[in-house]
Ligand binder design. Sequence first.
Ligand SMILES: Nc1ncnc2c1ncn2[C@@H]1O[C@H](COP(=O)(O)OP(=O)(O)OP(=O)(O)O)[C@@H](O)[C@H]1O
Ligand SMILES: [Mg+2]
Length: 385
Amino acid sequence: MRVKSIFSFRASLKNRILFFVFLLIIITAVFISISFLLHTWHAIGFEYYLIILSTYIILVTAYSYVFLSKVFASLEKISNIIEHGEKYKDIYGHLEFEEIKRIYEALESNESRRAKVSRKKDTYIKELEDQHDIKRREIEDMHSQLIQASKLAAIGELAAGIAHELNNPIAGILGYAQFMAEKMKKMADNNDHTALMFCKYTELIANESLRCKKIIHNLLKFSRASELSTSSVNVNVVLADAIDIVQYQGHLINIDFKKRFNEDIPLIKADAAQLQQVFLNMIINALKAIPKSKNGTIEIITECKKDKNSKYIVIKIIDNGCGIPKSNIPKIFNPFFTTRPVGEGTGLGLSVSYGIIKGHNGIIEVESEENVGTKFTITLPIIEG
Ligand SMILES: Nc1ncnc2c1ncn2[C@@H]1O[C@H](COP(=O)(O)OP(=O)(O)OP(=O)(O)O)[C@@H](O)[C@H]1O
Ligand SMILES: [Mg+2]
């Protein structure tokens, strides 16, 4: 291996110069020996020795020039080797310069390749982490939606059972109370205070029974027990009608309604009256959430959305009201959950809306921040008709 490296193109400079000096010594020795053998030693003139000597000097100078220029050109590399290769000194200290240089170059290119691979690996890991985060959030959302849906389904079943059982007795109480109130009105003498009082009480019974009947009706809607009466519906028109109904109230308390409708949304098969009930409830909730002192805005947006298999209409109702505390968000679709003072709200608006939208195979989502506002998003599948 060593012998081979002397002749090879990549042999070290030191080996090459030793080889060259060795060659010169051999040639001189051969030359002198031949002179002695031929007895021409004394015959060779001094000028011949001068010629031979000058040739040696020229050859040695030329070779030294080449050698030194290579050495100087490599000095920078050597300093790099010393600088970066300190840790390899003990392992590679015995090697020749050319070999060290080769090893250094190989290490250098390995290092840059390693850095490139490491950069690629870092970007790849970052991408994977980002994707993992997105997926985790999606799964968490789906999980909480599933819990919410199954909880509401259980409440819905219970509500439907109770509502169904109460429906007939309440209808009976209402009917008899209305009948009695009418009869007593006719029978009572204007001066008979007791009869007039009973008359008033029976009317009260009738009114309260009517309220119960409405609650039962809403509970049945929430549990999807009520039938849909579908037709071709333009959601923009239903929304505009709902806005018209509440707009007067809105103006009274400085509320700006911003309609951002996509005019190209297709007609869908839906129950227009039930959808209007949903939109009304949400807009009224938004109105109630905006403090009277504030210049409120209610933004109502309609959009179209597409995924791989289906098309949807997305309706957003956004207010800049008081917002919903984080701890209340999981409860707002529960029947009878309300934060309004006693007698001001039944807490059925959103649960009924939830039932109606579910009945249309859609979903309702809510995002809210306290003192910033609330956004309700309703997504309805487009079943054109
Ligand atoms: N846009 C909103 N901003 C702030 N809070 C809201 C908003 N919408 C709903 N809420 C909260 O959700 C609760 C439940 O609303 P829901 O419509 O079901 O019942 P309600 O408005 O209280 O009563 P009802 O609708 O039966 O008159 C509300 O009491 C309120 O606390
Ligand atoms: Mg409400």
